[in-house]
Design a protein around this ligand. Structure first.
Ligand SMILES: [Zn+2]
Length: 418
């Protein structure tokens, strides 16, 4: 269809989750590939997708820098002081990540801070040190280091087959052994490790690696906890798995917007997973209750960069059992992010004496205490408790408007005329 509509034109059409794409014959030809690489659904996915993504992302260095600045300026205008960037082969180069970290290292840059992760697998401390030297300020060998794919592309690794594709249980890109080596090398080097994990079988594989590692050498229990390894997405985590995550000090980076987009009854997740598994997806209230440090993200460009949208999606989770209070969601999107990013000042993300002056100024229509979870709020709604009020959010729309953003006391966005 692409060839008929766009004869001779290289066309790349990624799925919204970026875990698979369809491409025209002209694009394959320019990338030096043939249609042999297409899977049985006519898509490029998995390992073969990476060289194609690299091919379409070839940019002149000046253009690349311009794009970095544009997206960071947009983030600042949205009240964002720090961006967690997940670079990986097929997304960006180690040199690109090094440039991003360097150009934003000081608040005087006028840009948000970049907390940079590189999704590259290592086997040894030496390899960790090489990458640390190549990307000064690297926050972790984590992020889009994919253990599996996505629900949308039928590639998230599941224990049981997909409801709408009974012939598949998804794809594992890494073995438990590879994950174990990566965790061991990073823990030994004092580097945060982490993985993209969506399905329950992918999480099982990570936990199998952890179990094997600590059985082999119990000293890794404390090493793992000290490094604060982080997992992206973690959309299916049962109670046993969550207990293990908490035990070894794992932190989770979750995307409430995924639930808002695809988690509603009748939506894509229910088609893929069926109604029973749907109820287990995006267990953000369970993470909160089990004491697993949690931060929120957009996974942009998968969903739009929209911090208040993330808070609203958590407050109005499609599964009422998993709704959290606006305050808990706000903390996950502020303090939680700094904690996941390894910020040493434990007060970062709060407004109090001694905390860095990372601030955003908002215009909000109405302030109040909001919880849509039938009184299950985890904090007191008593005004005497001194808890600050937050903007009242509707399920869609009605977001506070950012007027200014300050990083360490310096304006990086200013619509107030300062
Ligand atoms: Zn991911």
């Amino acid at each position: 269809m692409l060839d008929a509509r766009f004869p001779g034109v290289p066309v790349y059409v990624p799925r919204a989750d970026l875990h698979s794409a369809i491409v025209s014959s002209a694009l394959l030809a320019s990338a030096g590939l043939t249609d042999q690489i297409l899977d049985d659904r006519g898509r490029v996915s998995g390992a073969i997708h990476t060289p194609i993504r690299e091919f379409i992302r070839e940019l002149a260095p000046a253009r690349r820098t311009e794009l970095y600045r544009a997206v960071l300026a947009k983030c600042a205008a949205l009240g964002i002081v720090a961006v967690h960037e997940n670079a990986a082969p097929g997304i960006d180069t180690p040199e690109g990540l090094a440039e991003l970290i360097d150009m934003t290292s000081s608040p005087e840059s006028g840009l948000p801070q970049v907390v940079g992760y590189l999704g590259m697998l290592v086997r040894s401390v030496e390899q960790v040190e090489e990458l640390r030297a190549q990307v000064p300020g690297l926050a972790g060998l984590a992020g889009d280091l994919s253990v599996d794919g996505s629900f949308g592309s039928h590639s998230a690794a599941l224990r049981e087959p997909y409801t709408d594709a009974p012939d598949t249980i998804g794809t594992l890109h890494l073995s438990a052994q590879e994950i174990e080596q990566h965790l061991a090398a990073c823990s030994d080097a004092g580097m945060t490790a982490g993985f993209h994990v969506i399905g329950d079988r992918a999480l099982d594989t990570v936990l199998e690696a952890v179990t094997s590692l600590v059985e082999r050498d119990p000293s890794y229990v404390s090493k793992l906890r000290r490094c604060g390894h982080r997992l992206e997405h973690v959309e299916l985590a049962d109670e046993v798995s969550r207990t293990e995550l908490a035990k070894y000090g794992f932190m989770v980076s979750v995307q409430p917007a995924f639930d808002a987009h695809w988690g509603a009854p009748g939506g894509m997740y229910e088609q893929r997973l069926g109604s029973e598994r749907l109820r287990a997806t995006s267990p953000i209230r369970d993470f909160t209750r089990d004491g697993i440090p949690m931060g929120f993200g957009s996974d942009s460009p998968v969903t739009a960069i929209d911090p208040w949208g993330g808070v609203a999606a958590a407050v109005f989770h499609s599964n009422p059992e998993q709704r959290i209070s606006a305050r808990a969601a706000f903390k996950a999107h502020t303090r939680g992010g700094w904690r996941l990013g390894g910020e040493s000042n434990f007060m970062a993300g709060e407004i109090r004496v001694g905390a860095p002056a990372h601030l955003a100024v908002w215009r909000a229509e109405e302030l109040g205490v909001q919880a849509e979870n039938d009184g299950r709020s985890s904090w007191t709604t008593d005004g005497r408790s001194g808890s600050p009020l937050l903007p009242i959010l509707s399920q869609d729309g009605n977001r506070p408007q950012c007027l200014a953003t300050l990083r360490a006391g310096i304006f990086i966005y200013d619509d107030l005329g300062n």
